[in-house]
Design a protein around this ligand. Structure first.
Ligand code: ATP
Ligand code: MG
Length: 608
């Protein structure tokens, strides 16, 4: 179901414009970031003053062999050094907090966005891609804001001012210094082209790798049971190898720019030394000036060398920003309409009116999976939905709560199109339980009361709702758990059996006290006796709750007032169980196959 991450086909923005998209997050902390940049700049200016101070010491006090001024001069240089160090400390202190704030804000928004995006989005995107964007890419943006951005700006300024000052001592030396740096600019441009692509590739591949890890950790039992650990490992190794190759290419690109970054200043140094000595011997330049020139060239060395690293950092940050904003740019298709109707209460009249649905990845020539569903549930009615496997029953149950939107026709609650209702209201009125019961890493109590955020879970009302729901779902087993209803279950806690999880998921749906209950085969993992108990209890609740139940067993069908038969994308028959048995050939066929399945299961249980 997962293809690789959809790549954006949008126009490629220039790097500065791509990074400007971070502005909304940066603006609130821009004051402190600016102070950080200012500290860095002051530090840089101080470092540029050192050669000038040295020139003064060499030309004046040292040449005249006066002791006190020499000590004073040395003290001044030392003081400048201290000042520079203090500025480095200040810069770090200023930027730490704002960068963390940006990271926190982006992560929270990213999470909220993932929650808002429709199920169809999650069908298309690999979980590992989302995970790596949320953790790795946003973390990289934080580090870049804290160090990369400021250092890049300040170092470029330092280089410009410093090179200007070089001309102060002698124009020829300045020109030599400048000309030898030209190849760096050319290399830097080429590097930008190559590295940007590699950076994107490596970050995408890291996301694929995260998906693999997640999938194999989730599926560890299957892999072990089928002895396919090696298979998973070889797939993982292949992906890791691809990532390694990309990283090596990246490092090569990095290495080639470093080659120039180290080589060119060295050449510049050598040439300047030759020219400088010649100029000094010609009397065109004093020794103090020559000395100061080299001191300045030394000061400029680190900013120049760091440019390569800061440049690749910039491109990595740009890629990370692109990857994060690809998710932010996804349009929430399932949202409140601007004029959404508030619906504080509901009577629970659910209807499908000529509802069509097809999955996005369905072939163009295929007929719609749901091809004009007409079905009406009276308030309080229990309707069973039956159909062959793959006929679209689960798909149909996702439409009332708008996990997916219909692609034609409508679903209505109390006569109002569900798309015109406020989502919060809609989802409070309709509760669901799925065959595949998902529980969260939290206590039993929190899991069951998930749909009742307004209740104090430990208050008397919370306790009453919890108890009632557990009773209906026959989930008394929770009292035998080590800490009763406070036991933490799910990924971080106690592992429960399939039937136990299903009963808790059912309790969760019941506790939501909805006016419509949509159950997708919620009892499949229960043994026949427990199922009968749950059904008896459900019948009580269902008396005043509208229910749509996908049934895979004849006994579940018996619970229903009426049965709807799904066939070839349409509801072809609606009626009581005995009516349909009498009138519909396809219904008899479906029921007999359900009976066979149920019998097989019962025999398997008996034989256990
Ligand atoms: N997220 C999805 N994206 C694309 N196609 C899907 C998706 N989920 C289901 N399908 C396809 O839709 C069809 C109907 O699936 P659905 O799960 O609704 O059937 P079902 O009637 O519930 O079957 P079962 O009785 O086995 O539970 C299947 O052909 C399936 O491959
Ligand atoms: Mg199904």
């Amino acid at each position: 179901m997962h293809s690789s991450a959809p790549s954006s086909e949008t126009v490629r923005l220039s790097t500065p414009r791509a990074l400007l998209r971070l502005m909304p997050y940066v603006r609130p902390v821009s004051g402190r970031l600016a102070l950080g940049a200012l500290s860095a700049l002051v530090g840089a200016i101080i470092s540029l003053l050192i050669p000038i101070a040295l020139e003064w010491v060499v030309a004046g006090p040292i040449a005249q062999r006066e002791t006190w001024p020499i000590v004073l001069g040395a003290g001044l240089v030392l003081l400048l050094g201290l000042g520079e160090a203090a500025m480095v400390w200040l810069r770090r202190w200023f930027v730490l907090n704002p960068s963390m704030t940006v990271e926190y804000g982006m992560r929270t928004d990213f999470y909220a966005k993932l929650q808002r995006l429709p199920v169809a989005f999650h069908d298309r995107w690999q979980s590992g891609q989302l995970l790596s964007r949320m953790m790795q890419d946003i973390g990289l943006i934080r580090r870049w804001l804290a160090f990369g951005l400021i250092l890049l700006l300040v170092n470029i300024l330092t280089i410009i001012i410093g090179t200007g000052l070089l001309f102060r001592w002698h124009w020829l030396l300045g020109v030599i210094f400048l000309v030898t740096s030209l190849p760096l600019w050319v290399q830097g441009y080429l590097f930008d082209q190559k590295y940007g692509i590699l950076s994107r590739l490596s970050q995408d591949q890291a996301g694929d790798l995260a998906t693999s890890v997640e999938e194999s950790v989730h599926g560890i039992r299957v892999l072990k049971a089928f002895g396919r650990g090696k298979f998973a490992l070889s797939k993982f190794t292949r992906q890791a190898e691809t990532l390694r190759e990309t990283e090596i290419k990246k490092a090569r690109a990095d290495g080639s720019i470093w080659f120039w970054l180290v080589l060119m200043p060295a050449i510049a140094f050598g040439l300047c030394l030759l020219a400088g000595i010649w100029l000094a011997s010609q009397g065109q330049m004093s020794v103090a000036e020559l000395f100061a020139f080299f001191a300045m060239a030394t000061v400029l060395r680190w900013p120049i060398e760091s440019i390569g690293f800061l440049f690749s950092f910039l491109l990595d940050a740009r890629t990370a920003t692109d990857r994060v904003f690809e998710v932010f740019d996804e349009i929430d298709t399932i949202t409140d309409a601007p004029d959404a109707v508030a619906m504080p209460t509901s009577r629970g009249r659910l209807a499908f009116r000529g509802a069509h649905f097809r999955y996005q990845d369905a072939g163009a020539h295929e007929a719609d999976l749901l091809n004009g569903i007409d079905l009406e549930l009276e308030p309080g009615e229990t309707m069973a939905l039956v159909g062959l496997t793959g006929s679209g029953k689960t798909t149909l149950t996702t439409l009332p709560t708008r996990l997916y939107d219909v692609t034609g026709g409508a679903v209505t609650l109390d006569g109002v199109d569900v798309r015109e209702m406020r989502l919060t209201d809609l989802r409070r009125h309709i509760a669901m339980a799925f065959e595949d019961a998902t529980l969260f890493s939290a206590s039993v109590r929190t899991n069951v009361l998930l749909g009742r955020p307004e209740l104090d879970p430990h208050g008397p009302e919370g306790e009453r709702v919890l108890r009632e729901a557990l009773q209906i779902a026959q989930a008394g087993f929770v009292d035998d758990l080590p800490e009763g209803t406070e036991t933490v279950i799910g990924e971080e806690g106690m592992s429960l059996s399939g039937g136990q999880r299903q009963r808790l998921a059912l309790a969760r749906a019941v506790a939501a006290a909805p006016s419509v209950l949509v159950l997708d085969d919620p009892l499949s993992a229960l043994d026949v006796d427990t199922e009968a108990l749950v059904e008896a209890a459900l019948r009580e609740v269902l008396a005043n709750t509208t229910a749509l139940i996908v049934a895979h067993r004849p006994s579940t069908v018996a619970l229903a007032d009426r049965v709807a038969l799904l066939e070839a994308g349409r509801v072809t028959a609606v009626g009581t169980h005995s009516d349909l048995l009498a009138t519909s050939e396809h219904y008899r066929y479906v029921i007999s196959s359900l009976e066979n399945e149920a019998r097989d299961k019962q025999e398997a249980e008996a034989g256990r």
